[in-house]
Design a protein around this ligand. Sequence first.
Ligand code: GDP
Length: 326
Amino acid sequence: MPVALITGISGQDGSYLAESLLDSGFEVHGTVRRSSLEIPDAKLSRISGILDKLTLHPCSLDSLTGLFEIVRLVRPDYLYHLGAQSFVSYGFEDEYATLDTNLGSTHALLSAVLKFVPECRFYFAASSEMFGHSETTPQNESTPFNPRSVYGISKLAGFHLSKAFRENEGIFSCSGILYNHESPRRGKEYVTRKIITQAVAIHRGLSKEIRLGNIDARRDWGHAMDYVDAMRRINEASDPDDFIVASGQTHTVREFCEKTFARLDLNFEDYLTVDPRFYRASEKTPLCGDPTKAKRELGWSISRDLDSIIEEMVQKELENSFDPTG
Ligand code: GDP
């Protein structure tokens, strides 16, 4: 039975990936913070249905020796490094923690792979944030990177580290440069999930407004399950390489709102308050990915468009009981 280790297993992508690997007969291990194990209902809700099939290892991404030790113990055949300090801030408020954690954890895991399991396939979750203020759109694998957030900078450093271990040390190390991907499991701080939860609260008569920032902002949105499928194809390919994973289309936050509210027979403009607190300091070129290489070499393409993503997110939110703490 092949063994997989996932960092960030309790997140949106980690939970879908764990389900997919279990379905394919993998033995699945994951790292979680010790504090998450103490309050599993709150912190492990996305993997609650598969907890008894997983082996979880308490380890913070800050603990480099802990990560090293877990790789030594688990001896994975496939390692998916999805965990990261992921708050995308364009200020530099918490830059030490973001850079130290994200770069340090990637370095520790790659070093541990090289030392203990050099045949292990290593997948790095890179990000469209690495393109930052890109001069060109859509971006492909040859587009120069120009990150502007500390998160983007930390991901770019991890991406290059992963590439260097591949080219210099010969390990199977690959990256998926993922654009925004959504689902009912998306965190509530992201704009799509925020719109869905607020729209359903309004539909239920529990709220009267939605406060948003720049509704003309554009994003290239896909479904997290499709992107997890891409991760597996990248890490199970015959050769290690890096790929853009994107829908190739952008939509505005306004369109997302219109469609969501219309699905609930509401007009979003009757409820919208534009709130400058939610504006981002620097947003220039809309990021849009060109997934041609993933299509050509991995046979991958999205199977769910924006309408079906919204439909699923609304349906799931309607099934949830109202949580007044939001
Ligand atoms: P990310 O910034 O790409 O990681 O994803 P988000 O879902 O947080 O943001 C997507 C876009 O929505 C950005 O361009 C934001 O400027 C825009 N946006 C507009 N209003 C809001 C809001 O109230 N919250 C968030 N998170 N984003 C907003």
